[in-house]
Design a protein around this ligand. Structure first.
Ligand code: DX5
Ligand code: ZN
Length: 221
């Protein structure tokens, strides 16, 4: 992997929902690469956010890549809806899928990128048999469900392990990290192997989101 700038994906969860369009514009003007959409169902995670209707509204006002993170049980039921809503990449949770390979193929059958996320308690080894089929792995560095939580330090080792696995098996696969990212810890997360950082609080609640974005994007490995 060569030294390229870090991809930044602001999480819309931390935006001001009364001003969704202007929050998206702030992210786009700040040079964000993806718009991260956190979909929660109140079953897989203890919180409920939004569904395809809001993802569609977000997609309609930006040219950024729509990165949909499905924190929902049995996600196959809704994948087509999120594709139609304008998602360019869809990430499901390993813990939420009974037939992960089938789900990944299903996502790819619509011509969108397929990602798999793992919770903090899930080892990266569970992805070994499927790594070659993935466009993206999303390492959760907090327990999913809420923005504004503290980064779990043991995530760094998992990112490192995953990075060495992908170098062997699927060098084009993107490693994204989600939860508790700050300008302070972003450097070590990228050094460990992350290509893309999801930032809710660190972007939307920053006093100067553009400066926060520039700081994160300037990190190289
Ligand atoms: C957590 C979500 C994250 C979260 C990130 O379940 O998947 O995307 O919103 O927010 P921060 O950056 O505040 O941890
Ligand atoms: Zn997320």
């Amino acid at each position: 992997m060569q030294a390229t700038s870090t991809l930044l994906a602001p999480s819309i969860l931390s935006a001001d929902f009364t001003r969704l369009a202007s929050s998206i514009e702030i992210a786009e003007k700040a040079g964000a690469d993806w718009m991260h959409c956190d979909v929660m169902d109140g079953t897989f995670v203890p919180n409920i956010t939004f569904g395809p209707l809001i993802v569609q509204a977000i997609a309609s006002c930006t040219n950024m890549i729509i990165d949909t993170h499905l924190m929902i049980a049995d996600p196959d039921r809704y994948i087509e809806d999120f594709v139609k809503a304008g998602s360019h990449q869809i990430t499901v949770h390993q813990e939420a899928c009974n037939h992960l390979h089938r789900t990944v193929q299903f996502i790819r059958s619509f011509g969108v990128k397929a990602g798999v996320s793992i919770n903090p308690a899930t080892p990266v080894s569970v992805l070994e048999a499927i790594l070659c089929d993935l466009d993206l792995v999303l390492v959760m560095s907090v327990n999913p469900g809420f923005g504004g939580q503290k980064f779990i330090p043991s995530s760094i080792d998992k990112i490192r392990q995953l990075h060495s696995m992908r170098l062997q098996m699927n060098p084009d696969m993107v490693i994204a990290v989600d939860g508790g990212i700050t300008e302070e810890n972003a450097g070590s997360v990228v050094s460990a192997g992350a290509d893309a950082l999801i930032a809710g609080t660190a972007f939307f609640r920053a006093s100067d989101p553009s400066a926060a974005a520039a700081g994160i994007k300037s990190i190289t490995r």
